[in-house]
Write a protein that binds this ligand. Structure first.
Ligand code: ADP
Ligand code: MG
Length: 806
């Protein structure tokens, strides 16, 4: 069991019922008080992300979380799993199974039935991946089989029906509320036009207002009560207090028969408008997540897998690495894999933003979620389920959307003290009006207006909605933005540093010259390729590919070690002599390091990368590699220059090659023959005067990538680079750098605009209400409007003009 918990993934769960950003903040701190976990709650996404600490007994953790949610009246999607058990001989066996299952952090409420030989447990929907569940079951001493295997699609379907049910309920309440408010609106209109008074009979006003106050308005009372239990105050409290004051005061007048106006229309309209606002807000929140939903929809449910001689349709969860999958015309690829038969055009646009379908032939890679054109393909599976690129993209985007910037923590803090402050302002409003004018009604109504208008909803929505839309738009272009910190920094970038090989060049060069002093090119290449088995450098790949193309059999090398930025060395066994010899390959510095003298009159092209080869301390030969510039590199550089950014190329390659490329691309500045640590130092030097981004593939530039203010990893780069990069480009198009910058900037601008709008609204509206310029009903409408304005502003990001790349 011990090993099972070592690398627990994050658990991301939906949270329903949070009314404002303050609630999210409260929930987050409450969750973080639970031992053994840390969590982040995102109001806009209605999600909590929980990470479980290692080496902690998690048998009670999830049930504690659920109890907490229940106590706070929040809902999440639970799921019950039922298993058939084989092999129990006594009740204590059953207890043992229960104890073992309970230990897993994702389970709670585990129960066994010895008589029916079943185990039932509760978990949260989607908490377990198929693999994790299998792993858990395998660790048990008895054989458990799940009774109803729910796959992704059905899970989504249940989620959707649940959501629809909730939506429908809210909509029904809203409709009733609106109907009951209509007479008030009409009477207000008539009053406004004719100047007459008391259009509605007083009794009818009471009859209309009461159900709204206590049935439609129940959610505000509940929310207010929950927050009071927490010794805090939220927007529900403001609405509940405000409307109750108006309602009960009117009731008092009605009962005592005093000849004073009633304020039933205020309480009713406020509740209706705030409910309407909440509903629209909820709808808009759903549409902010449309990008990620589109990605999720790319996951097919079943795959056509070869079993013996025939293909059968199997559940996607059962496909394994190595399985041969048939991909029919127009279908979505269910797995990552390599084509073994067939050619077709595949549409990867939703994954990489590449607009044109790509030609795929045998040996080409296919990524799950890409859509097949007009050829049937046989694919050998290399990754399934959670390991596919698609799943990784989804996780990355989700994580980015969950992340909180310092500014957001500030907003959370403000929201938390906001409500108490508003209560004080309302109390002051009431007192000042009452003591200066002696008019109780006026004082009360103005205080109510303050309470109603001050809800900090717009403030809470300002940041997360923009982040969700912005990262979504980026994902559609094939740009993965890691977190909101990145959005905040991209804004200030002044310098963009590019690595050369694999970034501005294609990185898959071709060998144009090959020379060996003993005229034994083939042996030299065979041993060189063996040496390069130990390297992930694009040069290594070029050499290996060349050998397999020329059908040169690779001779293995041992004790391989790389000298970063210079070359590679190792030991090869020579067949004839039965001795082992040291083989060295690399650039001039590498040769100098081993005191190898290079013959003078090697006639080699200036603009190509040269790899010198030496054996047993003697110069053996040389190859020259031409690495094509990426077609889009020129545009990429000029786009950045247009935006006023300085472009710099740092390379480990020799001066003449780097110069040639820099001049061709019109790069502002370039430095050649740099070792990884020199690239790093150069970058640190540049950072003294400007904000620097580094674009690279993580091969020989990882230290610089890590140091840069913003790191941008190329899609083909090393996994490590992609994991740590602030921005990952899903396709190898350096032009995306400029687009990523545009999107990040636009998103950041939106956040600022939204925060400004929200703050301005509250700073203007609260004094206006306190001074008696706003009636409670108008205050309610204005409040709803401010949330909707912020949301709409965020959604406008979707309209961002992005230059069409071809
Ligand atoms: P770049 O900055 O252009 O990406 P690198 O720092 O990755 O270049 O490498 C610098 C130089 O070191 C290369 O141009 C090449 O001459 C040499 N080199 C690096 N790795 C290897 C290798 N595996 N085999 C031969 N030469 C290598
Ligand atoms: Mg490189």
């Amino acid at each position: 069991m011990a090993t099972l918990h070592t690398s627990l993934p994050l658990l991301s769960i939906p949270i329903y019922g949070m009314n404002c950003v303050g609630c999210a903040g409260k929930l987050q701190s409450a969750l973080n008080e639970i031992e053994g976990i840390s969590s982040e709650v995102n109001f806009a996404l209605e999600k909590a992300q929980i990470s479980f600490k290692e080496n902690h007994d998690h048998s009670k953790t999830l049930s504690t979380i659920i109890t907490l949610l229940d106590k706070k009246n929040y809902q999440t999607d639970r799921q019950a799993l039922i298993f058939d058990v084989v092999g129990w001989s006594c009740v204590s066996c059953a207890n043992k199974t229960v104890a073992a299952l309970s230990k897993h952090p994702f389970t709670f409420n585990v129960q066994s039935n010895f008589a029916t030989e079943t185990v039932q447990l509760q978990t949260l929907q989607g908490a377990f991946t198929k693999m994790q569940l299998d792993e858990l079951l395998a660790s048990l001493s008895y054989q458990l089989t799940e009774k109803t295997q729910q796959n992704f699609q059905t899970q989504q379907a249940t989620k959707l029906t649940n959501q629809k049910k909730r939506d429908k309920k809210v909509l029904t309440l809203l409709a009733i509320s609106t109907l009951l408010s209509l007479p008030f609106i009409l009477s207000m209109l008539v009053m406004f036009i004719t100047g007459s008074h008391h259009f509605l009979p007083r009794g009818l006003e009471f009859l209309l207002a009461t159900p709204v106050q206590f049935i439609i308005g129940a959610r505000f009372y509940k929310g207010a009560w929950n927050s009071l239990k927490d010794k805090s105050a939220n927007m529900d409290l403001l609405v509940a207090l405000g409307t109750s004051a108006a309602y009960f005061y009117s009731l008092y007048i009605l009962i005592t028969g005093l000849d004073q106006p009633l304020y039933f229309e205020s309480s009713t309209l406020v509740i209706t408008l705030v409910t309407l606002g909440k509903y629209l807000e909820h709808r808009a929140k759903q549409s902010t997540s449309s990008a990620i939903n589109a990605l999720m929809a790319l996951r097919p449910d079943t795959a056509f897998v070869k079993k013996g001689k025939i293909f059968v349709s199997v559940n996607i969860d059962e496909v394994q690495q190595g399985d041969i999958v048939q991909l029919a015309i127009g279908e979505k690829a269910p797995v990552d894999g390599i084509i073994i038969e067939g050619t077709s055009y595949l549409d990867e646009s939703l994954l990489t933003g590449e607009s044109k379908p790509l030609l795929k032939e045998p040996q080409s890679t296919v990524i799950a979620g890409s859509i097949n054109g007009e050829g049937v393909l046989l694919i050998k599976t290399t990754a399934v389920g959670e390991s596919t690129s698609l799943s990784k993209i989804i996780h990355l985007v989700e994580n980015a959307q969950m992340s909180k910037a310092p500014i957001m923590q500030l907003v959370d803090k403000i929201s938390a003290i906001f409500v108490p402050i508003v209560l004080v302002i309302a109390a002051l409003t009431f007192s000042i009006w009452y003591f200066t004018t002696g008019d109780f009604q006026q004082a009360l109504i103005n205080a109510v207006a303050v309470l109603v208008i001050a809800c900090p909803c717009a403030l809470g929505l300002a940041t997360p909605t923009a982040v969700v839309v912005g990262t979504g738009v980026a994902a559609q272009q094939g740009i993965l933005i890691k977190d909101i910190k990145t959005l905040q920094q991209v804004f200030r970038l002044q310098t963009i540093i590019f690595d050369k090989t694999g970034t501005l060049t294609e990185g898959k060069g071709s060998i144009t010259h090959c020379y060996s002093v003993d005229n034994n090119d083939e042996l030299m290449l065979a041993q060189l390729a063996g040496l390069q088995m130990g390297s992930k450098h694009p040069i290594a790949k070029t050499i290996k590919d060349y050998c397999s193309e020329k059908q040169i059999e690779v001779i293995a090398a041992s004790d391989i070690s790389a000298v970063n930025g210079e070359g590679i060395q190792g030991i090869v066994i020579s067949k004839e002599k039965a001795t082992s010899e040291i083989l060295i390959a690399g650039n001039q510095q590498m040769m100098a390091r081993f005191s190898i003298s290079i013959p003078k009159k090697l006639d080699l092209p200036n603009e190509q990368t040269i790899v010198y080869i030496a054996k047993s301390g003697q110069f053996w030969g040389v190859i020259s590699i031409s690495d094509k510039l990426r077609e889009m590199s020129q545009d990429a550089i000029s786009e950045l220059k247009q935006r006023g950014l300085q472009t710099i190329m740092l390379s480990g390659d020799k001066h003449s090659v780097v110069q040639y490329i820099a001049q061709k691309l019109h790069i502002d500045e370039y430095h050649s023959e740099l070792k990884p640590e020199q690239k790093l130092n150069k970058l640190i030097e540049l950072q003294k005067n400007s904000q620097v981004a580094m674009v690279g593939d993580g091969v020989n530039d990882a230290p610089a990538l890590a140091q840069a203010d913003i790191s941008i990893a190329m899609g083909t780069g090393s996994d490590a680079a992609k994991e740590t990069a602030s921005i990952t480009l899903m396709r190898n198009d350096p032009r995306l750098v400029a687009i990523a910058i545009d999107i990040s900037k636009a998103t950041w601008h939106k956040i600022q605009q939204n925060l400004f709008l929200a703050f301005i609204f509250n700073t203007v509206a609260i004094p206006a209400a306190a001074m008696g310029y706003l009636s409670p009903a108008i205050a309610g409408a204005a409040m709803a409007l401010s949330s909707i304005t912020v949301l709409t502003n965020s959604l406008l990001l979707k309209r961002l003009k992005i230059k069409e790349l071809s």
